[in-house]
Design a protein around this ligand. Structure first.
Ligand code: IPE
Ligand code: IPE
Ligand code: MG
Length: 242
């Protein structure tokens, strides 16, 4: 039972989620790993739908990392097919919900059909403002910072920017997340207590919640519970409160 009252106001405005545990969820049921990924994908719409009630304006979800290419060819191909199907099936639902969808990560390495669908969904939902959903697909924080640094270096080399003008704001403006506030809360499901190359720069002052629930079991009630725990935390940002 969920008896947590919505905490609009002092809750996290930006929640980022490392959606982990799909493979174990499937294995526990004697099913192939892709069965878990399908169940995980189905969860996303419920979690997005819950955001307005919880006061969560920005939701960022980790769908595929730059390191996930190391998995078997069949799992990677299955995931890519799932992402294509997901966008095709969910586009209208997300649009009607008023969700603005964006993707972060390195797109060039994804197949062209998937890239086209990603662009389509971003354009379809570009005017929406209810919930800002950012999907990290072929995303790795080190890759993101490296790409940002390359672009920054070009600006300096071509003398549009002087080295001494580079500060934290300028660097942040070159990241994939330049249009997003920093996450207030980062949730990782499945019991692993690591970051796995997710939003390293942006999460400098985020609160973390590592929960045992496997991603396909992450219900709106579990989401509400985790978000409610956030409001009890004392965030100091390096200062001492008066
Ligand atoms: C997360 O679930 C989804 C992706 C990384 C694509 P996993 O596939 O990592 O599931 P586990 O960690 O093996 O259970
Ligand atoms: C992180 O999960 C990436 C995603 C959830 C997309 P992984 O399952 O890939 O992370 P590790 O391998 O356990 O660190
Ligand atoms: Mg995993």
């Amino acid at each position: 039972m969920n008896n947590v009252t919505p905490i609009k106001g002092d809750g996290p405005s930006h929640v980022a989620i490392i959606m982990d545990g799909n493979g174990r969820w499937a294995t526990q049921r004697g099913r192939p790993r892709l069965f878990g990924h399908q169940a995980g994908a189905k969860r996303v719409r419920q979690v997005v739908s819950k955001c307005p009630e919880l006061g969560v304006k920005y939701l960022t979800i980790f769908a595929f990392s730059t390191e996930n290419w190391k998995r078997t060819q069949s799992e990677v191909a299955g995931l890519m097919a799932l992402f294509r199907r997901y966008i095709t099936r969910e586009a209208n639902f997300l649009h009607q919900l008023g969700t603005r969808v964006r993707f972060i990560g390195e797109r060039e390495k994804l197949d062209e059909k998937l890239q086209k669908l990603m662009n389509y969904l971003e354009e379809l939902t570009a005017e929406n403002d209810e919930t800002h959903l950012t999907i990290a697909l072929n995303y790795g924080a080190r890759d993101e910072v490296t790409r940002a640094t390359q672009r920054l270096a070009v600006e300096v080399a071509e003398k549009r920017l002087r080295p001494e003008q580079v500060n934290t704001e300028v660097l942040a403006s070159f990241l994939d997340t330049c249009m997003l506030p920093d996450p207030d809360l980062v949730i990782r499901t499945s019991g692993e207590a690591r970051i796995s190359n997710f939003l390293l720069w942006q999460s400098a002052y985020a609160e973390y919640e590592f929960i045992d629930t496997l991603w396909p079991d992450f219900s709106p009630d579990v989401f509400a519970d985790v978000v409610a725990r956030f409001s009890g935390r004392d965030r100091r940002f390096g200062a001492v409160k008066a």
